[in-house]
Design a protein around this ligand. Sequence first.
Ligand code: SAM
Length: 222
Amino acid sequence: MQDLRWNEVDDYFCRQLVHQDAALEAALAESAAAGLPAINVAPNQGKFLNLLARIHGARRILEIGTLGGYSTIWLARALPENGRLVTLEYESRHVEVAAANLARAGVAGKVDIIQGAAADSLQRLIENGEPPFDLVFIDADKPNNPVYLELALRLSRPGTVIVGDNVARQGEVANADNPDPAIVGTRRFIEMLGSHPRLSATAIQTVGGKGYDGFALAIVER
Ligand code: SAM
């Protein structure tokens, strides 16, 4: 399901509103040149994350799923001088590309990339007494979203904002019979967001250059 108008409107919004600079363009170009899949957020979604982090006054951000560091750059740029972003990535090649992209964008000093399975990295952060994050962006392997949410909650405080990407999945999220582990994981994630006593959440469907999808937004209440 794809509508050419979605692309046109995304292009128009990006031209008028997003003002992507050379470092962000280079991050996408270098990621493509290195053979990374183009599964980064769209530029207007990156700017949305940046604005959300700034509106929230985030000083500490956790990202699960780095890829080439494109969304990482948008989020890191929202941080104050002494802010910190921890981003988790399994693939060593992605970590290498992201590290170069973050350095070129001038945000490497604020970002720690932790390589490994995100669930293990989150567990280690919890065991090491990592202070709570102000904003968490969950954008890795979707079957593990329920695990990431539980662990992220242990690294949260009342007021922490949690964003989960790709929750509509071309509408398949509403199909309870779809056995795809990404759909099953996303449905469980949505159901946890809706029933968890510490969370208040919503989800919004989106269309655009990345097709038909959506994101979930939650706040930790207590
Ligand atoms: N947030 C990135 C952006 O918008 O620029 C896109 C992230 S991409 C959708 C998902 C990333 O999660 C991929 O780089 C993939 O290698 C990584 N990933 C997949 N499974 C993982 C796991 N178990 N632990 C950590 N990272 C994982």
